[in-house]
Design a protein around this ligand. Structure first.
Ligand code: FEO
Ligand code: CA
Ligand code: CA
Ligand code: CA
Length: 596
């Protein structure tokens, strides 16, 4: 008999929720509650959230803004653990009323710095299986912000490309930016992708290298940091290289609040969505990574060293060096159907599938550049140019990419691509103007660390009632939940795929949500919506603890199109938090959902 899904999370799919509805919606029989919200204090020495009296000092000890990647890592007892999240960016219009006063803008700029980065927050519960609550003064709790120190590792650390006036060694970076998705490693650390870092700099686009990471020069930013903090002015002679110190995979050890987080240059520099790690047959570590830009690439990193499956301090220390040394590959996809059959309309090729083979093209081997005309340091700092030279396949915005722990197959969310033209169609990106995105299933054919793969399109997203080209792995399309703009992926204990979306409101008109997709048996491709986030929010960082009947999501940018005084969302409290006009500011929050 078909398995409709994991017993701990049996549910009847919710109906899609109209984009104007400001509600968090769960299946019948389920409840939801925030664990922690923007501004909640991590420590008793820090003031409670006070919308009208925000300070940078308070914010640096409070939960940050726009939580994205999320994991809930339980200790062996199951009753304590840590919540780890990214704080990708800020929404100034929802944090403050408008101002033009330069002094106040500077004061707020420091609050923005403190509201971004990452958080590690201790959590506890009475019994295994209960929902979690966060702990004030947790021993492992910490905030990492745009003012924290990071260590560069790998071949580009210490190179001339990453030296600045403040860091002549090129090894110590202040801050992390645009922390989007991520992954938790088998050795218990958390990886975080620095994605849209370019927008925080007054950007110099004088060289081809600079242009490849942000097309035009700019003189101002939304946060205004460049006005008073020289490191954000890339036109300044001492800080031309500052942007070269962002766009990496960050690794943080949530068990040690005094540890210095690392930025791994061996894993390349681009708009890193995130990184998900698995262990190859021979013990090497394999990380899959997307570059979230229209027409950019899918990457894979293979470590030189081998994973040690022990929990001793020595083993842990050794594992924490694995991502500093290894080889970087980029994906080239080939289709197996005649090009003439790829029409851009989703019409299936004559072999009945969008599928084919592919290869991982090396950018470094033995840790050294194999790209003609580029040094190792250049390959790792200007990775996009290296991939351009090697003929990688331009994809429809690679977001989260994650191996299924049950099968080793890799799932790649391609969120959308308005720049996919008729002239640039191929079998793996077969939809013109790809508005709703798609999901690719990739099967390694020469081992997890190998250099060949097979692939096929699992889902062509959209609302089947409106768009006729949607495809759900052959499952009857009249039975599935509409889905648009796949972004983050996760797996439950039975190997079902879970997908959270970003951008559905403006494409299919429904609020973003979280969806379960069985991958095996006769339910394969049956997209079922589990939850829906409030108006203008994005569903991020899904964590599926189905054996405990618990699901966690980070609700990012609720009410993003509103402003203070003209709010469009009042999530999650739906009460006044702003004494001035008695209207609540929406607060990005981590939410847990359980049966009850
Ligand atoms: Fe921050 Fe690619 O989403
Ligand atoms: Ca085919
Ligand atoms: Ca994302
Ligand atoms: Ca996103």
């Amino acid at each position: 008999a078909a398995k409709p899904g994991t017993a701990g999370l049996a549910f009847t799919p919710i109906a899609p929720v109209d984009r104007t509805v400001d509600a968090f919606t769960v299946p019948v029989g389920y409840r939801w509650q925030p664990i922690i919200r923007w501004g909640d204090p991590l420590f008793s020495s820090v003031p409670a959230f006070d919308f009208d009296h925000q300070t940078a000092q308070a914010q640096a000890g409070q939960f940050g803004y726009n939580n994205d990647y999320l994991d809930i890592i339980a200790d062996p007892s199951g009753k304590t653990g840590v919540l780890v999240t990214n704080h990708e960016y800020v929404n100034p219009d929802l944090m403050f009323t408008a101002t033009t006063d330069p002094e106040e803008r500077r004061r707020r700029g420091e609050i923005y710095k403190a509201a971004m980065g990452m958080a590690v927050v201790e959590v506890k519960r009475r019994r295994v299986g209960d929902p979690w609550e966060y702990v004030v003064d947790g021993e492992r709790s910490r905030r990492v912000t745009v003012e924290s120190t990071f260590e560069l590792t790998g071949p580009a650390a210490g190179s001339d490309l990453v030296k600045t006036a403040a860091d002549p060694e090129g090894r110590w970076v202040k801050g992390t930016l645009g922390n989007c998705a991520g992954g938790t490693t088998p050795w218990g650390t958390v990886l975080s992708g620095e994605e849209n870092f370019n927008g925080y700099f007054a950007w110099a686009a004088d060289t081809a290298e600079q242009q490849r990471y942000s097309a035009g020069s700019t003189t101002s930013t939304e946060t205004g940091w460049e006005q008073y903090d020289e490191r954000f002015d890339a036109h300044s002679p001492g800080y031309v290289n500052e942007p070269n110190r962002f766009g990496y995979i960050v690794e943080i050890d949530p068990s040690d609040p005094t540890s210095t987080p690392k930025k791994h240059t061996a894993m390349g520099r681009f708009k890193h969505e995130g990184a998900n790690v698995t262990i190859a047959e021979d013990g090497r570590v394999v990380a899959y990574m997307g570059d979230d830009e229209r027409n950019d690439y899918l990457y894979k990193f293979v470590s030189k060293g081998r994973y040690t499956a022990a929990t001793s301090t020595g083993a842990r220390r050794k594992n924490m060096r694995l991502l500093s040394e290894g080889d970087l590959f980029v994906a080239r996809f080939s289709g197996n159907s005649p090009a003439a059959e790829i029409t851009g309309t989703g019409a299936m090729p004559s072999d009945g599938a969008f599928d084919g083979t592919g290869e991982w093209i090396a950018l470094t081997r033995g840790g050294e550049s194999v790209v003609p005309g580029m040094t190792t340091e250049q390959v790792l700092v200007y990775t996009r140019l290296a991939a351009d030279l090697m003929g990688a396949t331009k994809m429809d915005r690679p977001e989260d990419v994650e191996p299924n722990p049950h099968t080793g197959k890799v799932y790649l969310a391609l969120t959308n691509n308005s720049r996919r033209t008729v002239a640039t169609l191929d079998e793996v990106n077969p939809i013109t103007g790809n508005r709703y995105g798609h999901v690719v299933e990739l099967t390694e054919t020469s081992g997890q660390a190998g250099e060949t793969f097979g692939w096929s399109i699992l889902l062509l997203c959209g609302d089947p009632a409106v768009t006729d080209y949607t495809y759900f792995a052959g499952f009857p399309k009249e039975l599935v939940s509409p889905i648009s703009c796949p972004d983050n992926v996760a797996f439950d204990s039975e190997g079902n795929l879970w997908i959270s979306t970003d951008g559905a409101p403006s494409t299919i008109g429904y609020n973003d949500g979280l969806f379960r997709v069985p991958l095996e048996g006769d339910q394969r491709g049956n997209v079922q919506q589990f939850l829906s986030v409030p108006r203008e929010a994005e569903t991020c960082g899904p964590v599926i603890h189905d054996r405990e009947g618990l699901v966690f999501v980070a609700v990012q940018h609720p009410g993003e199109n509103g402003a203070v005084g003209a709010q469009t969302s009042y999530f999650p409290d739906y009460v006044a938090s702003h004494s001035g006009d008695k209207v609540a500011a929406p607060r990005p929050s981590v939410v847990q959902v359980w049966k009850g």
